[in-house]
Design a protein around this ligand. Structure first.
Ligand SMILES: [Mg+2]
Length: 136
C-alpha cells in the first residue's frame, strides 16, 4: 500500500514520492518519459471532461451530482493531478515552487483593482443584454 493514513496532510512532495515509488515497484520508469506522461495526462483531462459533457452549466458544489458521480470526479481529478506531479518530477521542475511563482506573476499581471473593473464591466454587459431581451 501507499503508507498514507486518513487525515495525513497531502503535499506535492508526498505525491511525488508516492508516484516515484509506484513506478519503480512496477518497473514503469522506462515508460515515464515526458511525452508519454504528458499524453497520459491529456487523456485523463479528457476523462475528466466527459463527466461534465452534455450536462450544461452546473452549480458550484455540484448539488445535482449523485454521490457516485462525485467519487468518479475525485478519481479523474486525481488522475490529472498525479500525472501532472509525475510529469513535473520527470522534467526536473519543482512544481510547488513554480506554482507559487506563477501565483505571484498572476497577481502582478491581474491586479485586484483592475479585476474588479472587469467584473463590473461583465455585469454591465450581462444587465444590458438581459434588458435587451426583456428579462430584466
Ligand atoms: Mg482516469
Amino acid at each position: 500500500m501507499s503508507g498514507v493514513q486518513e487525515g495525513d496532510s497531502v503535499t506535492i512532495g508526498k505525491l511525488k514520492q508516492l508516484q516515484a515509488h509506484f513506478a519503480k515497484e512496477r518497473d514503469w520508469d522506462q515508460y515515464h518519459t515526458p511525452r508519454n506522461l504528458l499524453l497520459a495526462m491529456v487523456g485523463e483531462v479528457g476523462e475528466l471532461s466527459e463527466i461534465f459533457q452534455w450536462k450544461g452549466e452546473v452549480k458550484r458544489g455540484l448539488p445535482e451530482f449523485k454521490e457516485e458521480e462525485k467519487v468518479h470526479l475525485g478519481e479523474e481529478l486525481s488522475d490529472v493531478l498525479l500525472y501532472l506531479v509525475r510529469l513535473s518530477d520527470i522534467c526536473g521542475v519543482d512544481l510547488g515552487k513554480a506554482a507559487l511563482r506563477k501565483v505571484e506573476l498572476n497577481a502582478i499581471k491581474y491586479p485586484a483593482k483592475a479585476n474588479k473593473q472587469v467584473t463590473n464591466k461583465e455585469d454591465e454587459i450581462e444587465n444590458s443584454s438581459s434588458a435587451d431581451n426583456g428579462t430584466a
